[in-house]
Design a protein around this ligand. Structure first.
Ligand SMILES: Nc1ncnc2c1ncn2[C@@H]1O[C@H](COP(=O)(O)OP(=O)(O)OP(=O)(O)O)[C@@H](O)[C@H]1O
Length: 358
C-alpha cells in the first residue's frame, strides 16, 4: 500500500541577518514525513534541527529570510484532502489553523511550556475550546481522557493541580496531553526528555511511542542522542551544517551507515559497556555558518575526505529505496573506504543486542 505523505519539505534554504553578517542556517533541505511514521532528526548543536522545525511551525524569530523552498502539508478537513504550503501562510493563519491544532509541539522543558498560574485542567482544555470550539463540559471530559491516556492517575483530581504540584515527568506528560488535545496530524518533539532523569526519560519515550502507535499520528523527533533515536524512530535523518547528509530507516543508519559524519556520531554514542573516559568524540567543531561553505561541509573534520570533498558539494547518492547519503565516498570512482574497525565491532555488538523498538 502506498504510504500517505503528510509533510514534504523541498529545497528549503533559510538565512538569518545578524550584526556579524548572514548566517546560512538551512542550506537546501529535503525531507518527507509519511503518515504514522516517526522520523528522528539528529545532529550536533547548531546543525539546523530547531530552525527546520520552527519553519514548519511558523515560529521563526523574524530576522530570517526564506531563500527557497516549500513545506507542503497534507491533511484532511472533513472529507476534503487539503494541500498547503505552510511557508505561504501568515503567522496569524498558522496560529489559527495549524500551530497547536494540526501540528503540535512538545519542547524540552515542560516548565517553559506550562503556565504556572493556570490549573493543568484549564491548560489541557484551552486548545479544545479555542480551536475545536468545544463547550467547557466537552473539553473537560476529553481533558480527563487525555490525562488518562498519558498515564496520569486520578486525572479528575489532577485537573485542579498547578504545574508546581507535579514532578518533572508528570509535567511533561501534561505537555504531551496538551499537544494531543486537538488530534494533531503531526507531533514534533524537541529533545522532550533531556530535562528529565534517565528512568523517567525511558518512560516518556515509551509513552510517545505508544501514543504514536495508538493514534497513528506522525512524529518528528529532534535529538542529538542516538540512544533515544534507537528507541523511538522508524527513520533517521542526519543533519550537518544546515543539510541532511544521510537518511534511512533506523536499521540502515545504525547497521549500515555510509556518511563519515554518521560514523562519527555512532562512534561517539555512549554505551553501557564502555569504561568512562574512553568515549570517542568527533574532532574539531561544526563550521561557522556565517562563512560560505565550499564542498562537503564535514570535509575539514573528516579523516576520510577526498580531494573533491574540499571543492565540490556531494549530491545525495541512493543506496536503497529508503537509504541515501551525501558523500563522495559513494561515487562509483571513489576509492573503497570502510568504516573504522572499532565502529564495525560496535555495530556487530549492537546487532546482537538488537534493542530497537518493536
Ligand atoms: N534567530 C537566529 N538568528 C541568527 N542565527 C540563528 C537564529 N536561530 C538559529 N540561528 C543559527 O542557525 C544555526 C542552526 O541553529 P539550530 O538552533 O537550528 O541548531 P540545532 O541543530 O537545533 O542545535 P541545538 O541542538 O543546539 O538546538 C546555528 O548556527 C544558529 O546559531
Amino acid at each position: 500500500m502506498e504510504k500517505e505523505v503528510v509533510l514534504q519539505i523541498e529545497n528549503l534554504s533559510i538565512t538569518f541577518e545578524t550584526s556579524s553578517g548572514q548566517v546560512k542556517a538551512i542550506r537546501g533541505v529535503d525531507f518527507t514525513l509519511y503518515k504514522g511514521d516517526t522520523v528522528a532528526i539528529v545532529g550536533e548543536s547548531g546543525s539546523g534541527k530547531s530552525v527546520t522545525v520552527k519553519a514548519i511551525m511558523g515560529i521563526l524569530s523574524g530576522n530570517e529570510t526564506v531563500n527557497s523552498g516549500s513545506i507542503a502539508f497534507t491533511y484532511r478537513r472533513g472529507e476534503e484532502v487539503v494541500h498547503e504550503d505552510l511557508l505561504m501562510l501568515s503567522k496569524k493563519e498558522m496560529r489559527r489553523r495549524i500551530n497547536g491544532k494540526r501540528i503540535a509541539m512538545v519542547f524540552q522543558d515542560p516548565m517553559t511550556s506550562l503556565n504556572p498560574t493556570m490549573s493543568i485542567g484549564a491548560q489541557v482544555m484551552e486548545g479544545m475550546t479555542y480551536h475545536l470550539k468545544m463547550t467547557k463540559g466537552e473539553a473537560r471530559a476529553r481533558a480527563i481522557e487525555l490525562l488518562e491516556l498519558v498515564g496520569i492517575s486520578e486525572p479528575e483530581k489532577r485537573m485542579k493541580n498547578y504545574p508546581h504540584q507535579l514532578s518533572g515527568g508528570m509535567r511533561q506528560r501534561v505537555v504531551i496531553a496538551i499537544a494531543l488535545a486537538c488530534n494533531p496530524e503531526v507531533l514534533i518533539c524537541d529533545e522532550p526528555t533531556t530535562a528529565l532523569d534517565v528512568t523517567i526519560q525511558a518512560k516518556i519515550l515509551e509513552l510517545i511511542r505508544d501514543i504514536q502507535k495508538k493514534l497513528g499520528i506522525s512524529v518528528i523527533y529532534i535529538t542529538h542522542d542516538l540512544g533515544v533515536v534507537a528507541k523511538v524512530a522508524d527513520y533517521v535523518a542526519v543533519m550537518y551544517a544546515g543539510k541532511f547528509v544521510e537518511k534511512g530507516t533506523t536499521e540502515e543508519i545504525f547497521y549500515d551507515p555510509r556518511h563519515p559524519y554518521t560514523w562519527g556520531l555512532l562512534s561517539a554514542m555512549p554505551s553501557m559497556d564502555q569504561a568512562e573516559g574512553e568515549l570517542y568524540t568527533i574532532p574539531g567543531s561544526p563550521p561557522n555558518l556565517l562563512n560560505p561553505v565550499t564542498g562537503d561541509a564535514f570535509a575539514v573534520r573528516n579523516n576520510y575526505a577526498l580531494n573533491i570533498d574540499h571543492r565540490m558539494e556531494p549530491p545525495m547518492f541512493k543506496i536503497t529505496d529508503t537509504h541515501y547519503a551525501s558523500t563522495w565516498l559513494l561515487h562509483e570512482k571513489a576509492p573503497r573506504v570502510e568504516m573504522p574497525l572499532q565502529l564495525k565491532q560496535r555495530i556487530e555488538a549492537m546487532k546482537k543486542e538488537a534493542n530497537f523498538h518493536g
